[in-house]
Design a protein around this ligand. Structure first.
Ligand code: HEC
Length: 185
């Protein structure tokens, strides 16, 4: 391991190669950075919401609205969200990233922050695997956007949702029964 260390002062040290994410090259570099919770609230969630909201069929008294990106500017905006989503997965996967600074008690069905941290640290490769799955889903969204294909973008949205849930069900609100879905904020 030590032979792999590259000293890059001030550089986040995430290396993306192929379909794998997150090789930390500067041990502890994430310590001072954003927490997983901050990345979720500040980047992952807003980017995913923007993608999910960009394609929809909305049925109301006024009729049926087929929402989808149409103008070049709209496609460009949604492309930026897909890039934000998939590039944030590299930050999530960095070894040493703390789960949260919050000290608030966990909500019903949620694990405590120390327990989430323990599970991540116990098998970091597994956590990286969940981040990689989200990255692959984000790449599907990006490919759909580059093909200007709303249906494929909609499909990619489903894959993204599955990737979010898989990680949350493992680390955040693991419950064996169907009430797990109801615990999603
Ligand atoms: C690699 C694992 C992983 C993936 C993938 C993942 N999350 Fe998370 N997420 C977490 C963990 C762990 C927490 C719990 C952190 C906490 O709040 O203490 C969390 C918390 C959150 C929160 C609560 C943030 C807060 O302010 O408390 C939101 C919202 C969220 N995730 C949204 C998403 C969405 C949307 C996706 C998919 C686009 C996603 N997450 C994908 C691991 C993941």
């Amino acid at each position: 391991m030590l032979t792999q260390i590259l000293v890059m002062a001030g550089v986040s040290g995430v290396c993306l190669s192929g379909d794998t994410v997150g090789e930390t090259r500067v041990p502890g570099a994430a310590q001072a950075g954003a927490t997983i919770q901050e990345l979720m609230a500040g980047r992952v969630d807003p980017a995913a919401d923007a993608l999910w909201d960009s394609v929809a069929t909305i049925v109301s008294a006024k009729g049926i609205e087929e929402r989808r990106p149409r103008t070049a500017a709209e496609w460009k905006a949604v492309r930026l969200q897909a890039l934000t989503l998939l590039e944030t997965t590299g930050l999530l996967a960095m070894r040493g990233r703390r789960v949260t600074d919050k000290t608030a008690a966990p909500g019903p069905g949620e694990l405590s922050a120390p327990e989430i941290q323990r599970r991540i640290d116990a098998n970091h490769e597994a956590f990286v695997g969940f981040a990689s799955a989200l990255r692959v889903a984000g790449q599907q969204a990006l490919a759909a956007i580059d093909a200007r294909n709303p249906q494929r973008l909609m499909d990619a949205g489903g894959v993204i949702d599955t990737a979010c849930e898989a990680c949350h069900l493992t680390y955040w609100y693991p419950m064996p029964d169907s009430s797990a879905a109801a615990a999603k904020p």
